[in-house]
Unconditional design. Sequence first.
Length: 364
Amino acid sequence: MTQSLTLLGLESSCDDTAAAVVRGAPGAAQVLASVVEGQTGLHKEFGGVVPEIAARAHAERLDVCVKEALARAGLGFDALDGIAVTAGPGLIGGVVSGVMCAKGLAAGTGLPLIGVNHLAGHALTPRLTDGAAFPYLMLLVSGGHCQFLIARGPEEFTRLGGTIDDAPGEAFDKTARLLGLAQPGGPSVEAEAEQGAARRFAFPRPLLDRPGCDMSFSGLKTALLRTRDGVIADKGGLTRQDRADMCAGFQAAVVDVLAEKTRRALAAYLAESPAQPMLAVAGGVAANQPIRAALQAVCAEAGVGFTAPPLALCTDNAAMIAYAGLERMTLGKVDDMTLAARPRWPLDKSAAPMLGSGKKGAKA
């Protein structure tokens, strides 16, 4: 029987400062405490995340989050078996803040230090929430990332495809800004789209005419900008119905692209005859109900299980980092004080580097 471990996790790769405590074994762990402090208020006036501001806020709040997480878990450092920390990829200033904090805690307590790939944290979350068995297909879809991965083991991933430019979450945020909606853009655009007619405006479905699982969302943003400007030129402004129809058309295009690319990724995954086929979806965009419904329908067609972790564990958090660290530590993988922060860190080391870099962090 695998030994139960208790790990503290730290996350600071973008604009969420987080600490968490997780206890258990691979595929059978529980979150004892999870603390996440967002920075939306700090960046609001700039229209996006400012790396320098984010890094300073992480440095100021990480120790506070650690103290709060331990208090909620009712544990001291003496009850821990290790300290896991996001070592990349992400905004390098924030990643450095987290790594330095973790090193200080490890040096002061004598606990093992485990560096974790932020994307591995997301990719392994279905193991934490659902005890998912390897191999499973993972769609990570957020403000900074979008890629299909076959998770074969805690450190073994095969990338089937991903965005070649912008992530869908970034496209939702940009759409919201172009149309005067509140940030974060995902919920705002989704709510507005409920009142709109998706077929009024013709938006492209990028890369559907090409084979494979790669995606592109940059052109979709440009199409929306041109549509908006065309309506304003014709009418002298936008009505609320115009805005709702644009949101509905944009969202429908994203849904169609993700659904078709998921269909293709599932075909490649199922060709390997997995014993318990499953698609897991993580990232903030997974909270979008039309997207989730479309992905569930694709899975139902293919006879594949579907899971999406709770939203609190879909977006950036430290519980996923603690759990990924637990998986690594069980394999005997620990780091020392030479652990370095990395702005880029691909999960699939055999795949070609992905192009582009979203505003919410470097892609792998």
